[in-house]
Every structure is written in structure tokens, then in C-alpha cells.
Design a protein around this ligand. Structure first.
Ligand SMILES: Cc1cc2nc3c(=O)[nH]c(=O)nc-3n(C[C@H](O)[C@H](O)[C@H](O)COP(=O)(O)OP(=O)(O)OC[C@H]3O[C@@H](n4cnc5c(N)ncnc54)[C@H](O)[C@@H]3O)c2cc1C
Length: 381
């Protein structure tokens, strides 16, 4: 079997791996990115047309990183000469007794990000597609929007090739069978080639635990189902008329999100929670019972969608770390191996910035961005 020696190897060409490749190539670093499926496949977490982006975070540690994340996307757009972010406005709403909106509003105020706050009745008057119960708490962020997901991933791979030239090697349809950490440098073992790298970034999403059994952060892999509705009258659900939305209720299962009709796929709506699955063995079919759950939510909050036809469905995976946090750090005792598992169902908006963070860690051993809350902390003894 051939052996390739390379400075940087990246496992996984999803949102995080593609961003790491782009940022390393921008720095003139030789790299190989290895993907088990075809580029742009639909078996992980980064497929589909769009993802929500927002400063609207209840956790201020995430909110504080969002200005840098927005900046990272702007820089990529400028360099690639294309637009990936679409400003739609975003509404966060919760029933009485749930302090989610209060925390989001505090984060927006701290950041100085413009927002509107009011009751469900006030908001529904302004946005008649919504029928948010009067006593709900609501905050609206005009700068929230949509990121073109699959296109952003493809463009970063393309940019890594364009900027890196022959310093960038892209190996798709190449499953990594094992990572050999027995020697002083990580060895990536595939069916056709062994890759010896000075630095290894493992951005394998739902498969991180399989590739790195010693990675101490427990992750759960959940199956996410997404519905695209085709309302009889689509006009109120177009971009500019209908914002992205996030509803957070009292318990974990009572959380839903969605976005306007983009690009012509229908109005997206989905529940945040999902069942735990084996990433290699789960059904691509959306259950009838799930459709009813989402319709019941819409019946109360966005009634014109509740009985609309479902034109398309999608299944996707979350890799959920404890407390819905991200996990980005060196493998314990291996400063040459970085692990990036920043998902928990909300990682895409950060991915371009996380690519920069991974390139920092790989080339400098550190980063100036405040990511301590994503780093692994061994349990107190
Ligand atoms: C339904 C849904 C909705 C979401 N909505 C939002 C949103 O609105 N806003 C937001 O910010 N985020 C959102 N997210 C989260 C976001 O999409 C993810 O955090 C992000 O895409 C994770 O990217 P990743 O690179 O870690 O994972 P992936 O894209 O899964 O990439 C991992 C890659 O590693 C490859 N791989 C695994 N094992 C191997 C191996 N042995 N050899 C070679 N390659 C391997 C896989 O094939 C895969 O391509 C959503 C996610 C889902 C599923």
C-alpha cells in the first residue's frame, strides 16, 4: 500500500472539515482532506439548502462569538465572489415561564445587536402569518438569516483547491478505516493509502467516536427529520415576508424551528429533538407520527401551514455533546491531533469561523478566539 506524507490531514469534508481545508489552504499549508462518501453527500449533518444564522443565543458565550462568525462568512463571500448569507430577520418565542427569550434579548443587548421585543399578540399583528399566543415572550432580530449550506461547503472545498493548487489533495469516496496513534505521528489508514501527517484534524461528525474511541467527550447521535411545506398561498412565506423562527418551550422535546421558502423548496419546519440512532443504520424516511407532531405545533403558531402539503422531506444527523455544547480540542496527550465536534444541531453558522480556529490550532497550537467552553475538561477527581 502507498504511503503519503503530508503536513496536514483532515478527516471529513462536511461543514467543519471543508472550512478547515479552506483556512489552511489560505495560509499556504499543504493538506489532504479525506471523505468516506462522495463530496456533498446527504448522510451526515451538512447537506440541504439552508441553515439558520443568528446572534440570538440564550447562552452569551455563543452570542459573543457570532459577530466573528458573521465576519468570517463575509470574508469568504468576498474571496469567493458569491453570497452565502441571506438576511431574513429571525423571531425567537417562548410561552410564559420559559426564560429563553429573556436570555436571548439580554445577549442581543450586550452585543448591541438591533432587536425588537414584545408579546405574541404584538408580533402576530406585525407578521400575520404567525398566530403566537398573546402572553408569549417574543424577540425579533433583523440581522438573523439563512446560510446556503451545501453551497458553502462546496465553495470552501473549491476555494481550498483553487488557493492551494497542488498543495491541496481531496480524497473522496475514501473511508478511513483506522487512525494509528502508535507512533510519533498520526497515521490515517484507508483501503488504498496510508497517510502520515504532522497534524491531524478529525472532523468526522457523527462518526467521531468510532474513529477515536479514546476521545473522552461522550456524544449522542440523533436523527433529525425536516419537512418542507407548500402552503396554498405562498406569498406570506417568502423571504422578506417571513423570518426564520425558533420556538423554545418548557421541555427538551418542545422546541421547533423553521425558515421561509428558500430557494423555492417550500417553508421549512422541524422539531429540534430527535431519537438516538446508529449513524450507519438509520431510515431515510420521515415517519407519519412526526409529521403530525410538527403540524400540531404549526396549528397553534403558524396556522396557514398546519394543513399545507408537504412537498419535500429530509433526514439529517445531529452529533450532540453534553449541554448541547461544541467540543473542539486536542486529543489528550496528542498536540498533533485536533478533534472538532461542533454540532449539537447548531454548529453550521460557526463553521467558517471554526475552520479558522482549527487552522490556528494546527499551525500555531493556539487561537485568540474565546473557545475555552468548547475545550475538554477532565472530570474533577
Ligand atoms: C436538520 C438539521 C438542521 C440544522 N440546522 C442548523 C441551523 O439552522 N443552524 C446551524 O448553525 N446549524 C444547524 N445544524 C447543525 C449543522 O448542520 C452541523 O453542526 C454541521 O453541519 C456539522 O458539520 P460536521 O462537519 O461536524 O459534520 P458532517 O457534515 O456530518 O461531516 C462529517 C464528515 O465526516 C465524514 N466521515 C465520517 N467518518 C469518516 C471516515 N471514517 N472516513 C472518512 N470520512 C468520514 C462523513 O462522511 C461526513 O461527511 C443543523 C443540523 C441538522 C442535521
Amino acid at each position: 500500500m502507498d504511503t503519503l506524507k503530508i503536513k496536514h490531514a483532515i478527516i471529513g469534508a462536511g461543514a467543519m472539515g471543508a472550512a478547515a481545508a479552506y483556512h489552511l489552504a489560505r495560509r499556504g499549508e499543504p493538506l489532504a482532506i479525506i471523505e468516506r462518501f462522495e463530496l456533498g453527500h446527504a448522510r451526515g449533518s451538512s447537506h440541504g439548502a439552508a441553515r439558520i444564522t443568528r446572534h440570538s443565543y440564550a447562552d452569551p458565550r455563543y452570542a459573543r462569538l457570532m459577530p466573528s462568525a458573521f465576519q468570517a462568512w463575509r470574508e469568504l463571500e468576498a474571496e469567493a465572489g458569491t453570497s452565502l448569507y441571506l438576511r431574513t430577520g429571525g423571531v425567537s418565542f417562548s410561552p410564559p415561564g420559559v426564560d429563553y427569550v429573556e436570555k436571548v434579548a439580554a445577549s442581543l443587548e450586550e452585543l448591541g445587536v438591533p432587536s425588537w421585543r414584545g408579546s405574541g399578540r404584538d408580533f402576530s399583528v406585525l407578521h400575520p402569518a404567525f398566530a403566537i399566543p398573546d402572553r408569549y415572550d417574543v424577540v425579533f432580530e433583523p440581522d438573523a438569516g439563512i446560510l446556503a449550506t451545501a453551497r458553502a461547503v462546496a465553495i470552501q472545498i473549491e476555494m481550498a483547491r483553487r488557493v492551494g493548487g497542488d498543495r491541496t489533495l481531496v480524497l473522496d469516496r475514501t473511508p478511513v478505516r483506522a487512525i494509528d496513534l502508535g507512533g510519533d505521528r498520526p497515521v490515517i489508514v484507508t483501503d488504498s493509502i496510508r497517510i502520515v501527517a504532522d497534524r491531524l484534524i478529525v472532523a468526522a461528525g457523527a462518526w467521531v467516536g468510532r474513529l477515536l474511541p479514546d476521545w473522552p467527550v461522550p456524544v449522542r447521535v440523533t436523527r433529525q427529520q425536516v419537512l418542507y411545506f407548500r402552503p396554498a398561498n405562498p406569498a406570506p412565506f417568502q423571504i422578506g415576508q417571513f423570518p426564520v423562527f425558533i420556538y423554545k418551550g418548557a421541555d427538551e422535546d418542545d422546541a421547533f424551528y423553521g425558515m421561509p421558502d428558500f430557494p423555492g423548496l417550500g417553508v421549512k419546519a422541524a422539531r429540534h429533538a430527535g431519537p438516538e440512532v446508529d449513524p450507519d443504520a438509520h431510515s431515510p424516511t420521515v415517519e407519519e407520527s412526526y409529521r403530525s407532531i410538527v403540524r400540531d405545533f404549526l396549528r397553534v403558531h403558524i396556522p396557514a401551514l398546519a394543513d399545507a402539503a408537504i412537498g419535500m422531506t429530509e433526514v439529517c444527523l445531529y452529533t450532540v455533546a453534553p449541554n448541547d455544547d461544541f467540543a473542539i480540542d486536542f486529543l489528550p496527550a496528542r498536540p498533533d491531533v485536533m478533534v472538532a465536534s461542533p454540532c449539537s444541531g447548531h454548529g453550521f453558522k460557526f463553521s467558517c469561523l471554526i475552520g479558522r480556529i482549527l487552522a490556528d490550532l494546527a499551525t500555531l497550537g493556539t487561537t485568540d478566539l474565546p473557545i475555552d467552553h468548547w475545550r475538554y475538561r477532565p472530570p474533577a477527581t
